[in-house]
Design a protein around this ligand. Structure first.
Ligand code: 7RM
Length: 635
């Protein structure tokens, strides 16, 4: 039995028990047997959740790119590392072998050095989903620079805030990006951002869309000529285990975005380990995660986790609806994708479309389907399972966060029996627990509470850049000696976890704790409903009452809306009970969403509370225009 690759349920339980009984031996063995170290560690783990201070593999030395690239060259040099699938299906896909990846990362790393970037410097990366994005992360890691990727859908304001927060010296961007039938002027956005960033010395520009842009003399440089001149050999910088690998910003419920800092060794070990197990990756598989590398999912499960395993990972530039809603399935067929990983918001959008978009493609290569980012509702789960997986592909509902670095709770496919909407069991090494509001641990099964993690795992964030106090307050102060996730969850009779949503999404109606997700699930079962979101609003008898925002499948739904309201409440009564009935139901054409597909409930809550005067920051919304519509029609 190997700790590294769990192949059946019995092994899972055995490995899990070992990981809890003796975490240091467990993570020590995994690290020793599966990675390349320049110097071994003195201790596997030292930690103190009070401070908090977490140290994995203290004293060890390594370079993560040696593990993701160099060590594969002997056995897999000609194997495809990255398949680049462009936005336009008529443009040829590019297969980048491990040898070529090595060459390109080394050249890029040398360009960074020649442009004054040293170990520990911060580099902001604002690029579309093109090979240079993955390569620039690796080039930074090659020389020990800390990358800070900003999703290339964020505004100039969001970029400058992030650049200034961690004092980046350089920006890597492109002239523009392709997005479906549109192009976006990325360089223009960067130029705007840099008006308020004094620390930026150099901007490296990738030519992607061949648009007319202005190059600022002495600051901006085209990347390609520099790469052509650079050497393709670059000795990796030998890093300490705990040296920061990257910063990635995540928005909190209040205030500035938090620059989560991830370390080198622990992050590498954990993302590699979880990639191998959650996707049961085998040597010749083709794996595709549709996330953007601008999010943690892309960092961990497009770049680092897959490459550390010598996998073939698809990097897709496009969007699900271009040229039509069949694009995902066309790409699956074309590259014979074996593992497919996406988000519930994409699944729901795809499920609304005609069946022939998926039916006309051969999806028989698929073995495993993954989901991440928010609770998946039952209807979407079944559509994914039946229509895409043909009931033959286990669905891995993976719960984790930017802060956790890697997947925490997830089935191990072909081992853990799945139940729709349950992320199921903790991965080896992860010790989740549920807490009540007064700080008591909820023992036993059939309980619901706040999800905490009792023990460190290798890829947990180490701090918030420049604000360790906030790190402590946000994650280690709610409950003593625990990492608090901010999520609510329930544990069923078999110990499976179901994530019910952020705890601020729990609404207490007449003293009953109601999670929004199960109510939304039942509403979505109504044949006329495509999506819904529930929030609470003050009620003088119940404390809080429920307000539902509902999107109908057909905008021209002709039935009387009051009848629809009754039917929706009838379904809720059947599924959950009359206590969960909605007092108000507003029909709407859309819901305010973040660019990663999460509903911004804060806005819906304010509108329901008739307190829409100050909606806070809506600049990160994908569809700010729906906010006005919702306000105009508020009940
Ligand atoms: C990976 C990612 C984190 C938040 C997290 C949850 C929610 C993520 C699931 C989920 C239910 C899931 N990082 N979340 N995965 N909720 N089931 N499988 O999304 O930092 O952007 O978001 O996302 O609320 O706390 S994130």
């Amino acid at each position: 039995m190997s700790n590294y690759h769990v192949k059946n349920l019995e092994e899972y339980f055995q490995v899990y028990r070992k990981s809890v009984r003796d975490p240091e031996t467990f993570w020590g063995e995994i690290a020793e047997e599966n990675f390349l170290w320049r110097k071994p560690w003195d201790t596997v783990l030292e930690y103190n959740f009070e401070k908090p201070e977490i140290t994995w593999y203290k004293g060890a030395k390594l370079n993560i790119t040696e593990n993701c690239i160099d060590r594969h060259l002997y056995a897999r040099g000609e194997k495809t590392a990255i398949i680049f699938e462009p936005n336009d299906p008529k443009e040829k896909a590019e297969h980048i072998s491990y040898n070529q990846l090595h060459d390109r990362v080394c050249r890029f790393a040398n360009v960074l050095k020649e442009n004054g970037i040293k170990k520990g410097d911060r580099v902001c990366i604002y690029l579309p989903m093109i090979p240079e994005l993955a390569i620039s992360l690796l080039a930074c890691a090659r020389i020990g620079a800390i990358h800070s990727v900003v999703f290339a859908g964020f505004s100039a304001k969001a970029i400058s805030t992030r650049i200034n927060d961690c004092d980046c010296k350089m920006v890597i961007t492109s002239d523009g990006s392709f997005r479906g039938s549109k192009t976006i002027d990325l360089k223009g956005i960067v130029d705007d951002a840099l008006e308020s960033c004094d620390g930026i010395e150099t901007v490296l520009v990738v030519k992607r869309i061949h648009s007319e842009i202005t190059m600022v003399e002495g600051r901006d440089r085209w990347l390609q000529p520099l790469l052509d001149e650079a050497s393709n050999m670059c000795q990796p910088e030998i890093m300490d285990a705990e040296d920061p690998l990257f910063i990635l910003y995540t928005s909190g419920s209040t205030g500035q975005p938090k620059g989560m800092v991830h370390s080198t060794a622990g992050y590498m070990v954990y993302t590699a380990y979880t990639f191998k197990n959650v996707f049961q990756y085998r040597e010749d598989d083709v794996y595709w995660c549709t996330a953007d590398i601008g999010w943690i999912t892309g960092h961990s499960y497009i770049v680092y986790g897959p490459l550390a395993n010598g996998a073939t990972t698809v990097l897709f530039e496009g969007v699900p609806a271009y040229p039509d809603w069949g694009r995902f399935w066309e790409v699956v067929e074309k590259h014979k994708v074996n593992q497919f990983y996406t988000a519930p918001t994409a699944i729901r959008a795809l499920a609304k479309e005609r069946l022939d978009f998926s039916e006309k493609h051969d999806l028989s290569s698929l073995k495993i389907l993954g989901t991440v980012g928010e609770p998946i509702n039952e209807e979407a789960w079944h559509w994914y399972n039946d229509t895409i997986g043909k009931k033959k592909c286990p669905i891995v509902d993976t719960w984790w966060q930017t802060e956790t670095g890697g997947i925490m709770i997830s089935p191990i496919p072909f081992s853990t029996p799945t139940i729709p909407t349950f992320a199921t069991l903790p991965l080896p090494g992860i010790q989740p627990t549920l807490m009540d509001e007064v700080g008591e641990e909820l023992s036993g099964n059939m309980v619901s509470g706040r999800l905490c993690i009792k023990f460190p795992w290798p890829s947990m964030a180490r701090t918030i850049w420049g604000n360790h106090k906030r790190f402590k307050e946000t994650y280690f102060s709610a409950y003593k000696d625990m990492y608090f996730t901010g999520d609510g969850a329930l544990r069923n009779s078999t110990g499976y976890y179901r994530i019910t949503g952020r705890v601020d999404d729990v609404i207490i109606v007449s003293g009953h704790n109601l999670g929004t997700a199960p109510i939304e699930d039942s509403i979505n079962e109504h044949p006329a409903v495509s999506e819904s979101a529930i929030v609470g609003f003050p009620h003088d008898v119940k404390g809080s009452a429920l307000y539902g925002y509902v999107i109908l499948k057909e905008t021209g739904e002709t039935r009387n809306h009051d009848n629809l309201r009754k039917e929706i409440n009838q379904i809720i009564t059947e599924h959950i009970g009359p206590i969960a009935k909605l007092d108000k139901i507003q029909f709407t054409s859309g819901l305010p969403k973040t660019r990663s597909g999460k509903i911004m409930r804060r806005i819906l809550r304010k509108i329901a509370e008739k307190d829409a005067s100050n909606l806070g920051d809506t600049s990160t919304l994908l569809n700010p225009e729906v906010v006005q519509e919702i306000m105009d029609n508020a009940l």
